[in-house]
Design a protein around this ligand. Sequence first.
Ligand SMILES: [Zn+2]
Length: 395
Amino acid sequence: MYKFSANYIYLGTGEILKYGIIKLNQDGEVTEIVDTKGVLKEEAGMQFYGGVIVPGFVNTHCHLELSHLRGEITKHTHLHGFIKELQSKRKQLSIEEIQKAAQTADKRMRAAGIVAVGDISNDAYTIAIKASSSIKYINFIETFGTNISKAEFLFSEAKKIQKEFTKKNLTAFVVPHAPYSLSKKLFELIKKNSEKENSILSIHNQETASEDDLFAKKKGELFEMFSSWGLDMNYIEHFAESSLKYYAPKMNKKSRTLLIHNTFTKASDIEFAEREFEQLSWAFCPKANLYIENKLPDIPLFREKATNICLGTDSLASNDNLSIVDEMLEIQKAFPQIPFTELLQWATINGAKALGLEQTLGSIEVGKKPGLNLISGFDFTNQTISSASKLSVLI
Ligand SMILES: [Zn+2]
């Protein structure tokens, strides 16, 4: 049995206990939470730490299989530039080298206090790593292809990869890549499948300004790139006010759905999506947004209008580190008015809700196995983290 105490325990639910005590069994399941009302007495077997204890972090958006691309892709080239460079570099290494980088990234994420990851997978390369990892992975098997005649084939290939994951007891769902990269038919197949399997869905949303231009005007950087590839641009069947308004009718709106990035999402889009989708989460990957677009989403606007905000790191192709603390620090730097308690909920319980893991992870509550992190070097005056803060994993 474990007994941990610290200056403050942030439960992840918004509640904070000064000198609280958390008791857990051998499996890491919380058995008791003691509110000492700020008066801590010596107790046999109790380990006290200077700093704050928080639940394990949930990284709702990553691409583990791109971990070998750290430092390889040029910054600030916008999404169209990023995609071009990624296409040419993603398979330059052998599968073994790709797996080695993914294995290291998995270990580093755990050491950075991450207990669960929503991971985009285009291949089966990461299965063995995930099957033996102490991180809980929710795998999103990503499909794309704008040619209608190939939709059935692309979907069946994704189903094959999904089966390889589930054979190893890993949770996996077939999902669309992005609004601009799927034919109507491929969207339909995923929607039908998600209704049958009650899938969690994830889609990259409004990551670049030219994504809205593509659907509103058939113009812009993405349009030009796809045209230069010789794609038949008639896969975009009609104009729409925004990308989100274009593809929302093609999604299963009853599913838990993660919209990733949202860098160019406007108030009218947030309101629209909150009305349309029954179980919606908005995932922010601020460091990746700065890497690719050099722009952050309008996070204060989302605080006003969105129900569930969560955080992700994206991949090492667009980030120097897979750390949720670093993502929180980046948000804090840009929007210091956001309290740490709120940021922490985005990093923990909200992410767990987005990935369907809220019964076991995301907050320190009796019966859950959330994992515990210690943040030392905490700024007690302002009750927040700073670049001087250090993270260690307690359990
Ligand atoms: Zn991504």
